[in-house]
Ligand binder design. Structure first.
Ligand code: ZN
Ligand code: ZN
Length: 334
């Protein structure tokens, strides 16, 4: 099969011919139809996580068809459409797993870091890492939903916001353009926050009720003018951006960060005390959370805006993603 490997930490992508992998007893082999390119693929590419074995095939937004199942697997069959996201399986025995909190498993595997991911024609994943993909979703549309989609959908649905509440989505990019759609479909009053006016029309098309250009307006003041936000979903990986919205929270408001800035975020606690506000973080979810995301997306016609690339052009897709030149997610097809 064709696969795209990172030969070593910081190395360039290699397009190679390699053996089709065989599943172990509790694994499933997936014939890949599409794989999204995510900013977190930099962890495999640049060696930013400890303990990665190279060469490694990145990719944790994998959509395909079950091609072979291990001897112990009963819940998946050849031909099933499935997806594999960031959460690449768990141990079932650690303290977190014993509480059913699989995403916080002490021995969790990450797809494309701890085992080879979806930048390939085939991949093998643990049975518990698979989500069923609804028929109504194209593989290329479903792929980004397995990381960018689940992260925003799951963060919003686990917040305390209720229909009618003011919910802001900061950043109109790979995550934000999906967050706006989920917030809209959840019944929130949606504010899109972004720098400049380039993305205004697109944000309003996607379902935002308001648009705030944070270059010409103070984000916190604009949110207060609208009544104060119950939730700000912060997708831009920038400490300045996160700090700029804390003052825009209403009573019991929460800034939920899903983009990870490289620098530390400073928060004015006086502001938080005054509103019972908080700043928190959220990370993707389990395979069933992925499936919920896919099902809701199919039900409500939420799709990502994508650019597709051939597998052999993974390097080009990755560079364009890093430079924020892709509108809004890059997807590889084998
Ligand atoms: Zn990702
Ligand atoms: Zn565990």
């Amino acid at each position: 099969m064709r696969a795209v490997q990172v030969p070593e930490a910081g190395g360039e992508f290699d397009v190679v011919e390699t053996a089709v992998p065989d599943p172990d007893a509790d694994e499933v082999r997936v014939a890949v139809d599409a794989c999204g390119v995510c900013h977190s693929d930099a962890m495999a590419k640049e060696g930013l996580a400890p303990g990665i074995d190279y060469p490694r095939v990145p990719g944790h937004e994998v959509v395909g068809r079950v091609d072979a199942v291990g001897d112990d697997v009963t819940e998946w069959s050849e031909g099933d459409r499935v997806g594999v996201g960031w959460h690449g399986g768990h141990c079932f025995t650690c303290e977190a797993c014993r509480r059913g909190d699989f995403i916080n498993c002490e021995n969790a595997d990450v797809t494309g870091l701890d085992f080879d991911g979806g930048y390939a024609e085939y991949t093998v994943a643990p049975r518990e890492a698979l989500a069923a993909v609804p028929d109504g979703l194209d593989a290329t549309d479903a792929a980004p939903l397995l990381c960018a989609g689940i992260t925003t959908y799951n963060a919003l649905r686990n917040s305390d916001a209720r229909p009618g509440d003011l919910v802001a989505v900061q950043g109109v990019g790979g995550l934000g353009h999906l967050g706006i759609q989920y917030a809209r479909e959840a019944g929130f009053e949606v504010v899109a926050l972004s720098r400049g006016t380039d993305k205004k029309e697109r944000a309003l098309d996607l379902g935002a009720d308001h648009y705030v250009d944070t270059e010409s307006e103070d984000a916190a003041a604009a949110l207060q003018e609208l009544g104060g936000a119950r939730v700000v979903l912060a997708t831009a990986p920038s400490a300045d951006a996160i700090e700029s919205v804390v003052g825009g929270l209403g009573t019991d408001g929460e800034v939920v960060a899903v983009g990870i800035p490289p620098e530390t975020v400073g928060v004015d606690v006086n502001t938080l005390v005054g509103t019972r506000g908080s700043v928190s973080g959220w990370a993707s979810g389990t395979a069933r959370d992925s499936q919920d995301t896919l099902e809701f997306s199919a039900l409500r016609d939420v799709t990502p805006e994508i650019e597709t690339f051939d597998l052999a052009d993974a390097s080009d897709a990755y560079e364009r993603m890093l430079a924020s030149e892709v509108r809004f997610r890059a997807v590889l097809t084998p």
